[in-house]
Design a protein around this ligand. Structure first.
Ligand code: BV8
Length: 247
């Protein structure tokens, strides 16, 4: 077991925890559009209007269509070199590791990630607002679908965390952020909370913070380091550096 000098403090590698946060930018080179790369509108609707409980109550058919299109699109995309580099880091890093994604696509798990939290839910899951149960779902969802557990109709929705709803896995995420020595964000604009505040929590415990993005973001000033470039280029290079532990 090697020793690392983390900020001048000697630590055994098994103590060094890495937390990775990904956003839509890591899936962009796989062909999945980012949220704010476009004009932030979907079929003329503000994203926040469609991805909200109010939007779902107002027009469930529109919201189901928004997610059905994205769920169907998963069959046409594949993980890219950035997803695969994070799998290598998870498998070869000798300390603790947690990958938190804001993305609702399935590219991280298809790449092989296991220590993974989908804090904003998953396209390939359905949720019953009647009994609260969730289940795997790969086809279209609609207002006529019944809950596979309680049988109710009209209360089934995509298992997605919408604006104003509590993200999944927060206890695990906050625990890891409180222990981490390295925090890396990949492909996120830092425009949605609480994810956008994770870097501050990592800095508060003295972690090394690295932002990987193709461009500067409103959050860039909160990071100690930046790796500017395409995720498929900068993430494999950063993983190589971290595993070389020459830092
Ligand atoms: C919460 C699922 C409390 C849907 C998403 C008023 C009322 C209620 C809440 C609020 C309020 N005001 C503010 C809030 C909080 C709110 C919020 O933050 N609003 C924003 C608009 C200000 N947040 C919430 O409501 C959250 N819940 O606060 O509950 C709470 C808090 C803590 C603890 C307990 C309770 C819930 C928010 C979840 C919303 N759901 N997604 C869906 O996906 O359909 S958000 C959605 O946008 C994404 O999931 C993602 O998380 C988020 C941000 O998107 P990004 O991933 O960053 O993507 P974006 O397009 O913005 O950026 C892409 C980046 O990639 C860019 O920087 C680009 O440069 C880069 N890039 C592009 N290509 C590449 C690249 N980088 C590298 N390589 C490339 N090739």
């Amino acid at each position: 077991m090697g020793w690392l000098s983390v900020g001048g403090v000697g630590m055994s590698e098994s103590e060094v925890e890495i937390v990775i946060l990904t956003g839509a930018g890591i899936s962009a080179e796989s062909g999945i559009a980012t949220f704010r790369g476009a004009d932030g509108l979907w079929e003329g609707h503000r994203f926040e209007d469609v991805a909200s409980p109010e939007g779902f109550r107002r027009d469930p058919g529109l919201v189901h269509r928004f997610y059905n299109l994205r769920r169907a699109g998963l069959g046409e995309v594949a993980p890219n070199a950035a997803h695969l580099a994070l799998v290598r880091l998870e498998r070869e890093w000798r300390g603790r590791f947690l990958l938190v994604t804001q993305n609702v696509d399935d590219l991280h798990e298809r790449a092989g990630s296991e220590r993974l939290v989908h804090m904003h839910g998953e396209l390939k899951k359905a949720l019953c607002e009647g009994c609260g149960k969730s289940w795997e779902w790969v086809g279209d969802l609609g207002t006529g679908d019944a809950c596979v557990y309680c049988g109710r109709v009209g209360v089934v929705r995509p298992d997605i965390v919408w604006f104003g709803e509590i993200p999944y896995g927060m206890d695990e995420i906050l625990g890891a952020l409180g222990r981490c020595r390295i925090f890396v964000s990949v492909g996120t604009s830092g425009s949605v909370y609480p994810a956008a505040g994770f870097v501050d929590l990592a800095r508060r415990v003295g972690a090394r913070t690295v932002e990987c993005n193709v461009a500067e973001t409103s959050a860039s000033g909160n990071f100690g380091e930046r790796r500017t470039g395409l995720a498929t280029e900068v993430v494999p290079a950063l993983v190589e550096e971290l595993l070389g532990s020459a830092w």
